[in-house]
Each structure stands twice: as C-alpha cells, then as structure tokens.
Design a protein around this ligand. Structure first.
Ligand SMILES: *[C@@H]1O[C@H](CO)[C@@H](O)[C@H](O)[C@H]1NC(C)=O
Ligand SMILES: *[C@@H]1O[C@H](CO)[C@@H](O)[C@H](O)[C@H]1NC(C)=O
Length: 140
C-alpha cells in the first residue's frame, strides 16, 4: 500500500513541476503572454490597429485578442505606446493529465510530458507510443 502510494505520488511529480513553472512565470490562464511588442507612432487613429495587424502579419481579431485594452473600434489606441503583436492567450494547465480541445483546451506545458497526444488527449512524451504527427505540441 505504501509503495503504491509512493509510485502514485512520483507519477504526479511532473505535474507539480508544471505548476511550479506556471507559478514562477506568474502566468494566469486566460492572460496574454506577449512575445513581441510594436510601438505606435506619434499619430494614431481608428485605422492604426489594422495597419499594425498588416505590418506584423496577424489578423485584426488576433490583435484585439492580444490587446484587450484596445476597443474593437480601435478608438482608444494611444500614440508612442507598446502594443502586443506576437503572443498567445495562456491556456489552462492540465490538472489531471488530460489535455486538448476535449478537455477545456488545457495544455501540458514544457515538462517531462510536454505534449498532448491527439489520439488519447493525454499528456505524454513524444519519444514513444505515437506515429509521427499524432502529437499536438504545446506552445507553452
Ligand atoms: C510589451 O510592452 C508591455 C507594456 O509596455 C510590457 O509590459 C511587456 O513586458 C512588453 N513585452 C515584450 C515581450 O516586450
Ligand atoms: C478551444 O479552442 C478552440 C479553438 O481555438 C475553440 O474553438 C474552443 O471554443 C475552445 N474551447 C474551450 C472550452 O475553450
């Protein structure tokens, strides 16, 4: 019984490590993780959001997603200010080893089991057990 409990605990360690990484980065699910900012010029207007999106090759929808402080009509955009043009919305971290769209879009993180297996929707490791391409690589 004691040994079983220990084995069970050990198998959960990768997940505790994932939680520790999240805590260290202070990334909250649903929050924007920004990897690159663009700075607006001295003159801005309602068209600036579209121009930035074109220049940095992201959709206008994605631009608004990454910059929740900007209204959909782009009226609130400020001059000489950083706006995010590369990044993503932090997905929730898997709490139970299940992941992907069937499980609330949870992610497995960059740990010993960083990948979400797209056949089983379980966190796993790319080195065994899957055909090429059958893993969904977590970006976080
Ligand atoms: C983007 O700009 C914001 C606000 O100035 C800043 O908090 C953030 O660290 C910047 N991110 C990057 C990747 O440069
Ligand atoms: C998961 O992500 C997909 C694609 O981005 C989205 O259509 C779906 O609504 C999301 N599901 C949940 C539960 O957030």
């Amino acid at each position: 019984m004691h040994i079983l409990a220990t084995v069970f605990l050990f198998s959960q360690l990768w997940f505790l490590r994932a939680l520790a990484i999240v805590a260290a980065n202070e990334v909250v699910p649903g929050e924007v993780v920004c990897r690159y900012n663009a700075t607006t010029g001295p003159e801005v207007n309602y068209y600036t959001c579209t121009l930035l999106s074109l220049k940095y090759q992201l959709t206008v929808d994605k631009f608004f997603e990454l910059n929740p402080s900007v209204d959909r009509d782009c009226e609130g955009i400020k001059p000489n200010t950083d706006y995010c043009v590369r990044g993503w919305i932090q997905q929730p971290i898997s709490q139970d080893g299940l992941c992907g769209p069937l499980h609330g879009n949870t992610t497995c993180l960059d740990t010993v089991k960083p990948c979400c297996n797209s056949e089983t929707w379980k966190c796993g490791d790319t080195l065994y057990g899957a055909r090429p391409g059958s893993f969904y690589i977590s970006l976080t």
